[in-house]
Design a protein around this ligand. Sequence first.
Ligand code: HEC
Length: 178
Amino acid sequence: MNPNKPDQKPGEDPIRAHVFDGIAEYDRRLPNWWLITLYASIVFAIIYWMATQHFARANDETRLAAEMQRIEAEKIASSATALDDATLWKMSRNPVFVEAGAATFQSTCASCHNAALTGGIGPNLVDDVWIHGSNPADILKTVNEGVLAKGMPAWGPVLGGKKVSEVAAFILSKHAAP
Ligand code: HEC
Protein backbone atom coordinates (compact mmCIF):
# COMPACT_ATOMS: atom_id res chain seq x y z
CA MET A 1 0.00 0.00 0.00
CA ASN A 2 1.30 3.45 -0.97
CA PRO A 3 0.92 5.69 2.11
CA ASN A 4 0.41 8.82 -0.08
CA LYS A 5 -2.16 7.10 -2.26
CA PRO A 6 -4.30 4.98 -0.08
CA ASP A 7 -6.53 3.96 -3.01
CA GLN A 8 -3.64 2.28 -4.85
CA LYS A 9 -3.49 -1.46 -4.49
CA PRO A 10 -0.10 -3.17 -4.74
CA GLY A 11 0.85 -4.10 -8.32
CA GLU A 12 -1.58 -1.60 -9.80
CA ASP A 13 -0.76 1.61 -11.68
CA PRO A 14 -0.90 4.83 -9.63
CA ILE A 15 -4.15 6.77 -9.75
CA ARG A 16 -4.11 10.50 -10.54
CA ALA A 17 -5.06 12.92 -7.80
CA HIS A 18 -8.00 14.51 -9.64
CA VAL A 19 -11.50 13.15 -9.92
CA PHE A 20 -14.14 14.36 -12.37
CA ASP A 21 -17.74 13.36 -11.92
CA GLY A 22 -16.56 10.60 -9.69
CA ILE A 23 -14.20 9.22 -12.36
CA ALA A 24 -10.51 8.78 -11.49
CA GLU A 25 -7.72 8.06 -14.01
CA TYR A 26 -4.80 5.73 -13.85
CA ASP A 27 -1.46 7.56 -14.24
CA ARG A 28 -0.07 5.27 -16.91
CA ARG A 29 2.96 5.72 -19.14
CA LEU A 30 2.01 5.77 -22.84
CA PRO A 31 2.79 2.36 -24.31
CA ASN A 32 5.87 2.06 -26.54
CA TRP A 33 3.92 0.90 -29.59
CA TRP A 34 1.86 4.10 -29.34
CA LEU A 35 4.90 6.36 -28.96
CA ILE A 36 6.74 4.66 -31.81
CA THR A 37 3.70 5.11 -34.06
CA LEU A 38 3.54 8.80 -33.15
CA TYR A 39 7.23 9.50 -33.79
CA ALA A 40 7.26 7.40 -36.97
CA SER A 41 4.31 9.38 -38.36
CA ILE A 42 6.09 12.67 -37.62
CA VAL A 43 9.20 11.48 -39.46
CA PHE A 44 7.08 10.13 -42.32
CA ALA A 45 5.19 13.42 -42.59
CA ILE A 46 8.44 15.39 -42.97
CA ILE A 47 9.81 13.01 -45.62
CA TYR A 48 6.46 12.93 -47.45
CA TRP A 49 6.20 16.72 -47.44
CA MET A 50 9.75 17.11 -48.77
CA ALA A 51 9.16 14.55 -51.52
CA THR A 52 5.77 15.75 -52.72
CA GLN A 53 5.89 19.48 -52.06
CA HIS A 54 9.50 20.55 -51.97
CA PHE A 55 11.38 18.48 -54.57
CA ALA A 56 8.40 17.72 -56.81
CA ARG A 57 7.62 21.42 -57.01
CA ALA A 58 11.15 22.34 -58.13
CA ASN A 59 10.81 19.60 -60.72
CA ASP A 60 7.51 21.11 -61.93
CA GLU A 61 9.26 24.41 -62.56
CA THR A 62 11.95 22.91 -64.77
CA ARG A 63 9.33 20.87 -66.63
CA LEU A 64 7.22 23.98 -67.14
CA ALA A 65 10.23 25.94 -68.42
CA ALA A 66 11.10 23.16 -70.89
CA GLU A 67 7.49 22.99 -72.07
CA MET A 68 7.35 26.79 -72.57
CA GLN A 69 10.57 26.60 -74.62
CA ARG A 70 9.08 23.82 -76.72
CA ILE A 71 5.93 25.90 -77.33
CA GLU A 72 8.01 28.95 -78.24
CA ALA A 73 10.07 26.79 -80.61
CA GLU A 74 6.88 25.60 -82.33
CA LYS A 75 5.70 29.19 -82.64
CA ILE A 76 8.97 30.36 -84.21
CA ALA A 77 9.13 27.34 -86.49
CA SER A 78 5.55 27.79 -87.71
CA SER A 79 5.58 31.59 -88.04
CA ALA A 80 5.31 32.69 -91.62
CA THR A 81 7.86 35.48 -91.21
CA ALA A 82 11.27 34.97 -92.72
CA LEU A 83 14.16 34.26 -90.40
CA ASP A 84 15.24 37.78 -89.51
CA ASP A 85 18.02 38.62 -87.08
CA ALA A 86 15.66 38.99 -84.11
CA THR A 87 14.12 35.56 -84.72
CA LEU A 88 17.53 33.92 -85.05
CA TRP A 89 18.71 35.51 -81.81
CA LYS A 90 15.54 34.22 -80.13
CA MET A 91 16.21 30.75 -81.50
CA SER A 92 19.76 30.94 -80.18
CA ARG A 93 18.42 31.27 -76.60
CA ASN A 94 16.05 28.32 -76.99
CA PRO A 95 17.55 24.91 -76.11
CA VAL A 96 15.19 23.13 -78.51
CA PHE A 97 16.96 24.73 -81.49
CA VAL A 98 20.39 24.97 -79.91
CA GLU A 99 20.54 21.27 -79.00
CA ALA A 100 19.38 20.23 -82.48
CA GLY A 101 21.92 22.63 -83.99
CA ALA A 102 24.70 21.30 -81.76
CA ALA A 103 24.01 17.75 -82.98
CA THR A 104 24.16 18.87 -86.62
CA PHE A 105 27.31 20.85 -85.93
CA GLN A 106 29.10 17.91 -84.33
CA SER A 107 28.22 15.57 -87.18
CA THR A 108 28.66 17.97 -90.10
CA CYS A 109 30.81 20.95 -89.22
CA ALA A 110 33.15 19.89 -86.41
CA SER A 111 35.59 18.22 -88.83
CA CYS A 112 36.60 21.63 -90.16
CA HIS A 113 35.58 24.05 -87.39
CA ASN A 114 36.53 21.82 -84.41
CA ALA A 115 34.07 20.35 -81.89
CA ALA A 116 34.61 23.38 -79.65
CA LEU A 117 34.06 25.74 -82.65
CA THR A 118 37.55 27.10 -82.17
CA GLY A 119 38.63 26.53 -85.76
CA GLY A 120 40.81 24.23 -87.81
CA ILE A 121 40.48 24.07 -91.58
CA GLY A 122 37.63 26.57 -91.21
CA PRO A 123 37.86 29.66 -89.01
CA ASN A 124 37.05 30.05 -85.32
CA LEU A 125 33.31 30.66 -84.88
CA VAL A 126 33.33 31.74 -81.24
CA ASP A 127 35.67 34.74 -81.43
CA ASP A 128 34.64 38.21 -82.60
CA VAL A 129 36.44 37.99 -85.94
CA TRP A 130 34.11 37.34 -88.87
CA ILE A 131 35.14 37.13 -92.51
CA HIS A 132 31.59 37.17 -93.84
CA GLY A 133 29.75 39.22 -91.22
CA SER A 134 28.56 38.60 -87.69
CA ASN A 135 24.84 39.31 -88.11
CA PRO A 136 22.60 36.24 -87.81
CA ALA A 137 21.46 36.77 -91.41
CA ASP A 138 25.11 36.86 -92.57
CA ILE A 139 25.90 33.60 -90.80
CA LEU A 140 22.76 31.99 -92.21
CA LYS A 141 23.77 33.10 -95.71
CA THR A 142 27.37 31.83 -95.34
CA VAL A 143 26.16 28.44 -94.12
CA ASN A 144 23.47 28.21 -96.80
CA GLU A 145 25.59 29.28 -99.74
CA GLY A 146 29.08 28.40 -98.53
CA VAL A 147 32.31 30.03 -99.68
CA LEU A 148 33.16 27.54 -102.35
CA ALA A 149 36.42 29.16 -103.44
CA LYS A 150 37.75 28.97 -99.87
CA GLY A 151 36.65 25.44 -99.07
CA MET A 152 33.43 26.14 -97.11
CA PRO A 153 30.73 23.95 -98.70
CA ALA A 154 27.18 25.23 -99.33
CA TRP A 155 25.03 23.52 -96.72
CA GLY A 156 21.58 24.78 -97.74
CA PRO A 157 21.01 22.08 -100.37
CA VAL A 158 22.55 19.39 -98.14
CA LEU A 159 20.89 20.10 -94.80
CA GLY A 160 17.75 22.03 -95.72
CA GLY A 161 16.48 25.27 -94.19
CA LYS A 162 15.46 23.87 -90.82
CA LYS A 163 18.82 22.32 -89.98
CA VAL A 164 20.76 25.31 -91.29
CA SER A 165 18.76 27.68 -89.06
CA GLU A 166 19.28 25.37 -86.08
CA VAL A 167 23.03 25.19 -86.62
CA ALA A 168 23.13 29.00 -87.02
CA ALA A 169 21.22 29.28 -83.71
CA PHE A 170 23.82 27.00 -82.14
CA ILE A 171 26.69 29.22 -83.34
CA LEU A 172 24.84 32.33 -82.13
CA SER A 173 24.25 30.71 -78.74
CA LYS A 174 28.00 31.02 -78.21
CA HIS A 175 27.76 34.79 -78.64
CA ALA A 176 26.15 37.49 -76.54
CA ALA A 177 22.83 38.63 -77.94
CA PRO A 178 22.66 42.38 -78.73
C1 HEC B 1 35.28 21.11 -95.41
C2 HEC B 1 35.51 22.00 -94.31
C3 HEC B 1 34.32 22.73 -93.76
C4 HEC B 1 33.16 22.22 -93.27
C5 HEC B 1 32.75 20.76 -93.18
C6 HEC B 1 32.38 23.33 -92.79
N1 HEC B 1 33.04 24.51 -92.98
FE1 HEC B 1 32.43 26.36 -92.46
N2 HEC B 1 34.09 27.17 -93.28
C7 HEC B 1 35.12 26.46 -93.86
C8 HEC B 1 36.11 27.38 -94.34
C9 HEC B 1 37.43 27.01 -95.01
C10 HEC B 1 35.64 28.68 -94.06
C11 HEC B 1 36.30 30.02 -94.36
C12 HEC B 1 35.79 30.62 -95.64
C13 HEC B 1 36.55 31.87 -96.01
O1 HEC B 1 37.72 31.96 -95.65
O2 HEC B 1 35.92 32.71 -96.68
C14 HEC B 1 34.37 28.51 -93.39
C15 HEC B 1 33.57 29.55 -92.94
C16 HEC B 1 32.43 29.39 -92.20
C17 HEC B 1 31.67 30.48 -91.63
C18 HEC B 1 31.99 31.95 -91.76
C19 HEC B 1 32.95 32.37 -90.69
C20 HEC B 1 33.30 33.84 -90.78
O3 HEC B 1 34.29 34.19 -90.13
O4 HEC B 1 32.57 34.61 -91.41
C21 HEC B 1 30.63 29.92 -90.96
C22 HEC B 1 29.57 30.66 -90.19
C23 HEC B 1 30.72 28.51 -91.13
N3 HEC B 1 31.83 28.20 -91.88
C24 HEC B 1 29.83 27.60 -90.61
C25 HEC B 1 29.86 26.23 -90.90
C26 HEC B 1 28.83 25.34 -90.50
C27 HEC B 1 27.61 25.70 -89.70
C28 HEC B 1 29.19 24.11 -90.96
C29 HEC B 1 28.42 22.81 -90.86
C30 HEC B 1 27.07 22.81 -91.38
C31 HEC B 1 30.45 24.26 -91.64
N4 HEC B 1 30.84 25.58 -91.58
C32 HEC B 1 31.13 23.22 -92.21
C33 HEC B 1 35.21 25.09 -93.93
C34 HEC B 1 34.24 24.18 -93.58
